[in-house]
Design a protein around this ligand. Sequence first.
Ligand code: PGA
Length: 283
Amino acid sequence: MNKQYRTPVIAGNWKMNHDRPATRAMIEELLPLIAGSECEVVLCVPYTDLETAISLAKGTNLAIGAQNCHWAEKGAFTGEISAAMLKEMGCDYVIVGHSERRQYFGDTNQTVNERLKAAIAVELPVILCVGENLEQREAGQFEQVVALQLTDALEGVTPEQMQLVTVAYEPVWAIGTGKNATPAQAAEACALLRGVLWGLMGPTVAVAVPLLYGGSMNEKNCAELLEQVDVDGGLIGGASLKAASFAQIVATADRMEDTGEETGDMARMASDGAGETGESRGQ
Ligand code: PGA
């Protein structure tokens, strides 16, 4: 975690969990626990909970996101929700490219790119998920897979627009399995992604984009994962459903020291070249 360059992001992904009363109860319990946090704290909730969550979070340091959006502005797409609709109702974020969308609902690198551009077009910040499955990891294809997912998802996106993008590395084999990636694996993947971002967008953007780790992160294992210099936060499923667990992860990120300075990470090297390409995110 390099706090000098990037604000930590602790984002929850509720998936298809919690109805409106449960949403109200969880957020009311959470708000006092995270008040004063220096992190960007986000909860991505089911569409049906958005209005409740947005009204409870109004005027607080909690941001609310959706978990997907369609790529078209509007039209004959029964059952879909557009980025513009999310923006209009007061959403702060949308997740695109989650592996469950790729696995069960046919999302491809190309449709993820379309969704991401649709969100950017209405200035809705995006949490873009990438990550290899077990077969790909065992076949030694992890680097190739995540680099391509990131490159394809960002096709046609400008360095300036990257201010709206946060990237989450979520190895599919670690999601919901209780088996998180090791800190070394998370660090390796996030360093790889930052390198890809550098190649695509230049050093200023590569340094500024928060990279999250996701996959069975919880209050017990988060410290060793967040300690990695290129890991700027977490995208948390199961452990985001309970206020106490989620708040503990936020508190751990708040307490964490900036690990960027000692480790002399890529960010520091990039800062020497900063200004060549892209704009600062202003964080
Ligand atoms: P998990 O989910 O924390 O329950 O593994 C993470 C995610 O899918 O975003």
